[in-house]
Write a protein that binds this ligand. Sequence first.
Ligand SMILES: NC(=O)c1ccc[n+]([C@@H]2O[C@H](COP(=O)([O-])OP(=O)(O)OC[C@H]3O[C@@H](n4cnc5c(N)ncnc54)[C@H](OP(=O)(O)O)[C@@H]3O)[C@@H](O)[C@H]2O)c1
Length: 270
Amino acid sequence: MKVSFIGGGNMAGSLISGLLGKGFSTRDIGAVEIREAVRKRLAEKHGISVYPGMSDQAMRADILVLAVKPQQLKAVCMELAGKLNEQTVLSIAAGIRSTDISRWLNGYGRIVRAMPNTPALIGAGITGLYASTGVSEKERAAAEAVLKAVGETIWLKTESEVDAVTAVSGSGPAYVFYFIEALQAAARELGLEDAAARRLALHTFHGAGRLALESTEDAATLRAQVTSPGGTTQAAILHMEEQEMKRLFVNAVQAAAKRAKELADEFGKC
Ligand SMILES: NC(=O)c1ccc[n+]([C@@H]2O[C@H](COP(=O)([O-])OP(=O)(O)OC[C@H]3O[C@@H](n4cnc5c(N)ncnc54)[C@H](OP(=O)(O)O)[C@@H]3O)[C@@H](O)[C@H]2O)c1
């Protein structure tokens, strides 16, 4: 399978590292990138072919990964429109619907949309994938293999679920960082030094996340197991419940989903 990236920035770089790590050959990966410095970095770091524009050679791929910023996607699609034959177009641009991509590509049907998240940068991402009806099983599997190179994948049945994934796992790392900040602040207020506060907060999130992933128990059971009646954890949880923290958090994630839909509507207007 040959993969060409249009846009060779952060996310493309992570995917390229992931693919090479999974045994892809440098001969089978290419990238179109307008910035010379980025082209040089990609060629030196990964040894792949890089192109300044959408040449025939760059288009010689089974999958074209659209990895430019969302506001650049329409122009990229317009340029790509006449050059497609049978490639699967895999867009990782946040907030742009496959129906709009298809329209910008003169009605092209082989489109897969992916919503990865930043832990992909260290191979620990999770990506929601949605395929339009013109995509075959084989093409879906090929698109999934690209995202599998940087973590887990989940297929979505409807495109509107991509907005939910954007709110949950796309924006999710920021929520986790926010809670890490809060736990660190609490540690400092309790008299611990900065370095200790940071290590305690980071390792608590890392360890609890790993424990939850590796356990067969759900999160509520794991929480109950560390919450003895009348104990310290219960004092904290009771306080959170009184403040309806869970409701507040659910509302916050819903606000993100609403914004994802609004942004998709705005991008799709043009
Ligand atoms: N980073 C994440 O964690 C993450 C998560 C989910 C989704 N995404 C999506 O992934 C996409 C890429 O994000 P990123 O962080 O990797 O962006 P990025 O670092 O800005 O990379 C995009 C690169 O493409 C270049 N470019 C712009 N127009 C081009 C064209 N016509 N042909 C070739 N190259 C072109 C850009 O150059 P200029 O800088 O000159 O514009 C830039 O070097 C975005 O749409 C984003 O929504 C990212």
